[in-house]
Design a protein. Structure first.
Length: 203
C-alpha cells in the first residue's frame, strides 16, 4: 500500500510515534513517589491523563474529558527537543523555554500527515493558551501533579531549590483557575507542608 510507505500517511504516523518514544528519555525535576529516581516526561504525561479520568468530577460542568486527556498526552512532546524546565525558573529562562517549545511543536507535529498534524498542533496551542475550560482544567492538573509529588515526598524539589510557600501559591492560582475544588485542595497541601516544616513560609 502506498499509504504504508515512508512518505504515506501511515508511514508518517509511525514516524511520529517513533519520535514520541524519545519522551521516555526526558528526565523531569520531580522524583517518582518512592523517591528512587526522577520521573520522565512520558510517565508524567501518562499520570496526568489518568488524573483527568479519576478527577474528572472536579472539572467545570460540561468539560470534555476526552479532549482534556488528549491535550495531556501531547502537551509535553515538545520536551523531546526543549527538555524540561524547573517550574520556578526565572522569567528569562521561561522565555527561552517558550521559544524552544514552539519551535519543537513546529517540527514534531509536522511529522504527521498535514491534517492530523494541524489538528494536534491546534490542541497543543489550546493547552498553552488556556483559552477553553478543557485547556484550563488540563493545565490545572499539570500544575497539581508536581505539588502532589513534592508534598508526598516530604518536600522534594521544594527543599532542593529552597522554594517558599508564596512561590507555590502563585502556581496554585493556575490550578484554581481550572478547578476551584482542586485549587482549594492544593492550598490545603501548601498549608500542611508549611506546618510540617518541609516548605518554608513567606514569598
Amino acid at each position: 500500500m502506498e499509504s504504508a510507505g515512508p512518505g504515506g500517511p501511515l508511514g508518517r504516523q509511525i514516524r511520529f510515534l517513533r519520535e514520541a518514544d524519545q519522551l521516555k528519555g526526558v528526565l523531569r525535576q520531580s522524583s517518582i513517589l518512592d523517591g528512587s529516581r526522577k520521573e520522565n516526561s512520558a510517565e508524567h504525561s501518562w499520570h496526568l491523563a489518568l488524573m483527568a479520568q479519576v478527577l474528572g468530577g472536579c472539572a467545570p460542568p460540561g468539560t470534555d474529558l476526552n479532549r482534556v486527556t488528549a491535550m495531556l498526552l501531547i502537551h509535553d512532546l515538545v520536551e523531546i527537543d526543549a527538555g524540561d524546565l524547573f517550574v520556578y525558573a526565572d522569567a528569562t529562562a521561561q522565555a527561552r523555554q517558550d521559544a524552544a517549545e514552539h519551535a519543537a511543536a513546529d517540527r514534531i507535529f509536522a511529522l504527521l500527515p498535514p491534517d492530523q498534524g494541524r489538528e494536534l498542533r491546534a490542541l497543543w496551542d489550546e493547552f498553552e493558551e488556556r483559552r477553553t475550560p478543557e485547556a484550563r482544567f488540563a493545565r490545572a492538573l499539570d500544575r497539581l501533579q508536581p505539588v502532589l509529588a513534592n508534598y508526598y515526598l516530604g518536600g522534594g524539589t521544594w527543599q532542593a531549590h529552597a522554594v517558599r510557600a508564596g512561590q507555590v501559591l502563585d502556581k496554585v492560582a493556575l490550578i484554581a483557575d481550572g478547578s476551584a475544588v482542586l485549587g482549594d485542595f492544593a492550598r490545603e497541601l501548601v498549608d500542611s507542608a508549611v506546618r510540617q516544616g518541609f516548605l518554608s513560609p513567606g514569598e
